[in-house]
Design a binder for this molecule. Structure first.
Ligand SMILES: [Zn+2]
Length: 449
């Protein structure tokens, strides 16, 4: 029953903040750090103190005021960086110095202009110096996934001997494939002396959309820390998404039998706060935290979710902090979802009335992509007054709008509230398209497949 505990290392404030449009001021960083604390992350990488005075101040303020998690600060493998990081971090209840140095030949040759021997010596000395200041030292061989593997093993062994307590393996350029990345972690465990005494960590970029898959492959092969960010923000295509990793382990413990300390109900509030602070919206179809992650538009899906959320939901919106599931009313919505929304707006219709409203709704939804409550209320009003075709005149073109159905209320609306219309029941009003020729719940399903 003892499941390995995964350390969640959040780098939203460091790597994430480096992404275009995501810079934050000191107070914004502090606010987000407090939210990360509520979320339950184990480590907050608060910044890169030597990068700017603002970064220094943010790391220092977070170190002084957020006391439960470990607070990490980034430093290149040189004395001024490490000193600056330590100055910012030393007030922390649990400080960590994170030292990095590139190890791939391409970085050594073109960026650092040093030999492998110089790289090895510099890594060893930097970790030794950081260790003289702080017990908790993490080392990252930058561009590890493009580093010659025997040399990578040599560097990792040297930094462990010098006192590193966590060794983080970055896929800096997002180049690795899951099996390959998993194999790399396995190789390090097999070849490096002393590795059993340190925590192996992953830091995967999403250039090929594989950051989460690579991180999970790393965990399956022995990594026990995962670096990630809220909404997956980060350099270029971003980092591994914290919410996706956390929920993959919660939804599929049969495949990923690991524990972590994330309070999943804080995932959505954290995502929303980050978007609000940076002004960078979450992509609508983003897993877990996107606006549409729990939205069901297709008729067959809506009907299923109303009857039992498990038909189309592998986790509840509530479990990740989304207030309630949303049903978007659009042209693919079914009669059942429309009836429910009318009910929520205070209108209970008999089946003939509902049939008429539904027919008009379909016509309207064909013209405007998303039907809002206000549109629906007008439509109801027009039907009540016998003003046929009013919506066609009012909304000749597509406009962006949406109606959201709180699913919580849907439980009250039983499937039997609106009996299925049988063919042959006359409907009043003009038939404006072929949908009007069909009745019965079955037609709803045709649009949902
Ligand atoms: Zn990175």
């Amino acid at each position: 029953m003892d499941r390995p505990r995964i350390t969640v290392f959040d780098t939203t404030l460091r790597d994430g903040e480096q992404s275009p449009g995501c810079s934050m001021n000191v107070l914004e960083k502090l606010r987000l750090a407090q939210q990360l604390d509520r979320l339950g992350v184990d480590v907050i990488e608060a910044g890169f103190p030597i990068a700017s005075d603002g970064d220094f101040e943010a790391v220092h303020k977070i170190a002084a005021s957020v006391r439960r998690p470990i607070i990490a600060g980034l430093a290149r493998a040189c004395t001024p960086d490490i000193d600056r990081a330590w100055q910012a971090l030393k007030v922390a209840a649990h400080p960590r110095i994170h030292v990095f140095l590139a190890t791939s030949d391409i970085h050594l040759k073109y960026k650092l202009r040093i030999t492998r021997e110089q790289c090895l010596a510099q890594a060893r000395e930097a970790v030794r110096y950081a260790k003289s200041l702080c017990d908790d030292v993490q080392f990252s061989p930058e561009d590890a996934t493009r580093t010659d593997i025997p040399f990578l093993c040599q560097v990792v062994e040297a930094v462990i001997a010098a006192g590193a307590t966590t060794v983080n393996i970055p896929d800096t350029v997002g180049y690795s494939m899951p099996e390959e990345f998993g194999q790399l972690i396995r190789t390090l465990r097999e070849k490096v002396a002393g590795i059993e005494n340190v925590t192996i960590s992953t830091h995967c970029h999403n250039d090929l959309g594989l950051a989460v898959a690579n991180s999970l492959a790393g965990v399956q092969n022995g990594a026990r820390q995962v670096e990630c960010t809220i909404n997956g923000i980060g350099e270029r295509a971003g980092n591994a998404s914290l919410e996706e990793i956390a929920m993959a382990m919660r939804v599929r413990p049969d495949r990923y039998p690991y524990e972590h300390g994330i309070t999943s109900e804080q995932l959505y509030p954290s995502s929303q706060m980050l978007a609000e602070i940076t002004g960078v919206p979450v992509q609508p179809n983003k897993a877990i935290t996107g606006r549409n992650a729990f939205a069901h538009e297709a008729g067959i899906h809506q009907d299923g979710v109303i009857k039992n959320p498990l038909t189309y939901e592998i986790m509840t919106p509530q479990s990740v902090g989304v207030p309630d599931s949303r049903l978007v009313l659009g042209k693919h919505s079914g009669r059942h979802a429309l009836a429910l929304r009318c009910q929520q707006l205070g209108h209970n219709f008999e089946r003939r009335e509902l049939d008429e409203i539904y027919r008009r709704f379909v016509v309207l939804a064909d013209r405007i992509k998303r039907v809002q409550d206000s549109h629906l209320l007008e439509l109801i009003h027009d039907v009540a007054n016998g003003d046929f075709g009013a919506q066609v005149k009012k909304y000749p073109q597509s406009v962006a709008s949406a109606v959201h159905l709180p699913l919580a209320a849907s439980a009250a609306a039983g499937a039997d509230s609106f009996p299925v219309l049988m063919p042959g029941i006359a409907s009043h009003g003009p038939r404006t398209n072929s949908f009007g020729e069909h009745h019965g719940e079955q037609e709803d399903y045709l649009w949902g497949v």
